[in-house]
Structure formats: structure tokens, C-alpha cells
Write a protein that binds this ligand. Structure first.
Ligand SMILES: O=C(O)CCC(=O)C(=O)O
Ligand SMILES: [Fe+2]
Length: 200
């Protein structure tokens, strides 16, 4: 399998076969049934264009109180467990004994995007973040550890998995745009991104 490197991010192209992508999509649907997508509001009051939900002991969210991990969904229910097929991807790519305790699921409609940011709500940056793409292609932009530097971009495709770890763990990154109609995996289109994290 091809591994590309973008500013220290390791991109495992086509890590998931089409049949594995279909199975994972069913798994995601199971999580979303128990923990519906919601649209987080950023601390400044602006609604995010991405819809989110989580699995695991901790789910990431944002509201007037800021960005953080929470033990319950905004509707008050505990998050569902991280599905075993998602954990398998972490184990295959990181080989770490430590298991993730948070799995964020993002849904991008064709007009959604995510601005450049660092993932820094986790307590220990020695653990990587593993990011799985399903559905329409998304244009990933990666910079360095400081805002405002040079960036590089690459289209992430369904089945690609990115490991954001080591020196690159705190690199700025974001999704500039979605290429509508580039995948038939999701019947209504759009892109799903799943990130596995050690939050605590
Ligand atoms: O959608 C992606 O590929 C990246 C998502 C991301 O950076 C995040 O959820 O923190
Ligand atoms: Fe991120």
C-alpha cells in the first residue's frame, strides 16, 4: 500500500478496501443512531459547517464554553463505545498498546469545510491522531506548528487513513473543500471523517 507524507502526516492511501469502507459506513450509521449528529457552535458564536458526533469515553464538542472533551452527548446520553472495526484500524497502523478513548465522527456536506487548526484538547501529544476518510474527496491542507506558515494540500479519498503523529502531531490542518460527486459510497453524497484520539 502507498504511504505518502505531507508535512509529516503519514497518508496511507486506500488503506481500506471498498468492502471495508462499506462495512465501516454501516458501523458509523450504528453509532449515529445512538448518538445523532449535531452542529457545534464555536466559542465566538459561529455555527460550524461540519456535523459531528462521537463514540468512546469522551466526545469532542464545542459550545459557548469553548472546545473540550465531554463524557456525554449534548442530549445528555453517554457516547456509544468505539466500534471494534474502528479500533482495528488504530491497532494496524499505530501498533500501540494504548487504545484511543475518543472517536470523533465528522460529516461534511458538499459545502462544509474545516478551518486550519491544531488538535490540542488532548492531554498528551505523544499519542497520534488517526484519521479515516469515507465518501467524497476532501482537500486536506497541512501547515507547520505555527499559524501563518507555508501549507501543502492533498485530496483525501475514501479509504485513505492519515496518521498525525510524532513531530507533526501539532501541525495546523484543515479541510478546504469537498469534491461533490467524487464517490458513490454515501448514497446522498458528502464526506465522513473519523478520528481516533487518546483524549486523556
Ligand atoms: O476531516 C478531516 O480530514 C480532518 C478533521 C479534523 O481535523 C478534526 O476533526 O480535528
Ligand atoms: Fe483536526
Amino acid at each position: 500500500m502507498t504511504i505518502l507524507r505531507l508535512r509529516g502526516f503519514e497518508i496511507h492511501k486506500s488503506h481500506l478496501t471498498l468492502s471495508a469502507q462499506r462495512t465501516l459506513l454501516d458501523t458509523v450509521r450504528g453509532v449515529v443512531k445512538q448518538a445523532p449528529f449535531f452542529r457545534p457552535v464555536m466559542p465566538g458564536g459561529q455555527q460550524m459547517s461540519v456535523r459531528m458526533t462521537s463514540a468512546g469515553d469522551y466526545g469532542w464538542l464545542s459550545d459557548a464554553q469553548g472546545y473540550r472533551y465531554a463524557e456525554v452527548h449534548p442530549n445528555g446520553s453517554p457516547w456509544p463505545a468505539i466500534p471494534s472495526d474502528v479500533l482495528t484500524i488504530w491497532n494496524d497502523l499505530t501498533g500501540l498498546e494504548r487504545q484511543p478513548d475518543s472517536c470523533l465522527i465528522n460529516y461534511y456536506a458538499s459545502d462544509a469545510k474545516m478551518g486550519l487548526h491544531q488538535d490540542r484538547n488532548e492531554t498528551d501529544f505523544r499519542w497520534p491522531v488517526v484519521s479515516i476518510s469515507l465518501g467524497d474527496e476532501g482537500l486536506l491542507r497541512v501547515g507547520g506548528q505555527k499559524r501563518g506558515g507555508k501549507t501543502d494540500s492533498l485530496w483525501l479519498q475514501s479509504g485513505d487513513v492519515v496518521v498525525m503523529g510524532g513531530e507533526a502531531r501539532l501541525n495546523y490542518h484543515g479541510i478546504d473543500r469537498i469534491r461533490a460527486g467524487s464517490s458513490t459510497l454515501l448514497p446522498k453524497g458528502g464526506r465522513i471523517n473519523i478520528t481516533l484520539r487518546v483524549a486523556t
